[in-house]
Design a protein around this ligand. Structure first.
Ligand SMILES: [Zn+2]
Length: 83
């Protein structure tokens, strides 16, 4: 798996904080994540990693996210406010 950082919004990236490019086995992370709390970074990375199993935001996706990060809403609230 390749993890790359980006500063500006890439063409084709749906979210500002990160993106999973399943076809190329790559996760793109926004460099601005460095300035966010640790739980936000964990949330984004976990979110993108789960997309390698579920390439959507289905119930199955969120069930896995909840199982791996029970307090995920803490991180989500932070970065959705900043979008
Ligand atoms: Zn996602």
């Amino acid at each position: 798996m390749v993890v790359s950082l980006f500063e500006k919004k890439h063409t084709g990236i749906k979210a500002c904080w990160g993106s999973a490019l399943v076809e190329s086995n790559t996760i793109l992370l926004n460099l601005k994540l460095i300035k966010t709390p640790k739980h936000c970074i964990e949330y984004v990375i976990l979110n993108e990693m789960i997309h390698f199993k579920y390439n959507n935001h289905s119930d199955s996706f969120y069930n896995m996210l909840d199982a791996l990060m029970p307090d995920r809403k803490k991180g989500r609230q932070f970065w959705t406010k900043r979008l």
